[in-house]
Design a protein around this ligand. Structure first.
Ligand code: MG
Ligand code: ZN
Length: 366
């Protein structure tokens, strides 16, 4: 507790000193613009409020997400279903438009949409995606691709190359290297100046430029099966690279497998994935403390498993998790914000509002 207080004190003193310094340099040189804005969006796939609250209650340490200062409740329905899938929900968050379940980056009439990542690119910002699934999986795909069906991973991988994304780290090496059309997209990535990383050690060696981190043939392994600190390391690496752009950046980080734990009705799978995701949240918040022009948003695309916390039959006074489905549910999810413009995230909002609020925080009029 004392260490924590001391760290806070040091951080505050440093911040005051830094802002004093930048105020001085701005007065010294009016022409030098110091305006930039960073947005770090962290999506816990399937991370409902019960999932989060269960882990909060079962863990002795405070979760990083509890450091967030503002909270909203987010409605998750898709264009054609009150219970969304990750493709439609990812599209709503990434583009501000509802679409049908299964569709990515297109509206309900299959018209391509522009994502916040592409808008950030267009405005000269750096952009990145980090996930613990194949990087062509629905959630990250919604930020770079426009396809009618989420299963069109060949098209999704191709569309990564048609985007000027700076950093992407996850699984999915085979989606780029071993393709049905026999085109080796790893060569194309190298030709367009990406460093390729196929292991965590490779990540350590990259300190500038564009990075394609394809760390596993398909999805990353579960935390319970030895994934280690892949998500934290990848998040830190993405921040190291993206923050070199003085104009700012957009980064989406996904804890992809909280959802898979929900589908399996496996509370240990959920808990281990959620705790891992929360470490990435901590890295994002620490970054925002160093650069106050940073907005951190933590949310979920939908709830998975219909998880409730009921009174234990065997231990009076204890609550235990109980699942009501092997699929997704229509329950709203929480949104937790920290940093610049965090106070704008309030009340009961729609998942499409997340896109609109990010757009307004960046100051883009699209
Ligand atoms: Mg996902
Ligand atoms: Zn799911």
């Amino acid at each position: 507790m004392t260490t924590r207080y001391l760290t806070l004190l040091i951080l505050t003193v440093t911040q005051v000193f830094l802002s004093f310094n930048s105020a001085v340099s701005q007065t010294d040189n009016h022409k030098k613009s110091s305006y930039h804005r960073n947005v770090i969006l962290l999506i816990g796939d399937g991370m409902g409020i019960s999932q989060l609250y269960h882990v909060m209650s079962a863990t002795p340490d405070k979760l990083n997400v509890t450091r967030c200062t503002n909270t909203a409740l987010v409605k998750t329905t898709s264009a054609n279903d009150e219970v969304t899938d990750s493709a439609a929900a990812g599209t709503a968050i990434a583009t501000g438009s509802k679409t049908n379940n299964g569709s990515i980056g297109v509206d309900a009439n299959n018209k391509p949409l522009e994502s916040i990542l592409k808008i950030a690119e267009k405005n000269g910002l750096s952009t990145g995606l980090v996930a613990t699934s194949n990087i062509t999986h629905a959630t990250p795909a919604a930020f770079v691709a426009s396809v009618e069906h989420r299963g069109q991973t060949d098209h999704i991988a191709r569309q990564f190359l048609q985007t000027d994304i700076d950093v992407f780290i996850g699984g999915g090496f085979n989606s780029f290297a071993k393709r049905k059309d026999n085109i080796n997209y790893i060569d194309s990535l190298i030709a367009t100046n990406y460093s390729i990383a196929t292991s965590l050690d490779d990540l350590d060696k990259v300190h500038s430029g564009k990075l394609a981190g394809l760390l596993y043939p398909d999805h990353a392994p579960k935390m319970l099966e030895g994934r280690g600190d892949m998500l934290s390391k990848s998040t830190a690496k993405a921040l190291e690279l993206l923050s070199q752009n003085g104009s700012g950046f957009f980064l989406m980080v996904e804890g992809s497998q909280i959802d898979w734990g929900g589908h399996d009705n496996d509370i240990n799978y959920i808990q281990s994935e959620l705790l891992d995701f929360d470490k990435a949240v901590g890295i994002a918040i620490d970054f925002a403390l160093q650069d106050p022009e940073t907005l951190v948003i933590v949310t979920a695309d939908h709830e998975t498993g219909g998880l409730t916390l009921i009174e234990s039959k065997t231990e009076k006074g204890k609550m235990v998790p109980a699942f009501s489905t092997g699929g997704h549910s229509g329950s709203p999810v929480g949104l937790y914000a920290f940093g610049k413009d965090a106070e704008k995230f309030n009340g009961i909002i729609d998942n499409t509002d997340i896109f609109k609020l990010i757009l307004s925080s960046f100051g883009f009029n699209n």
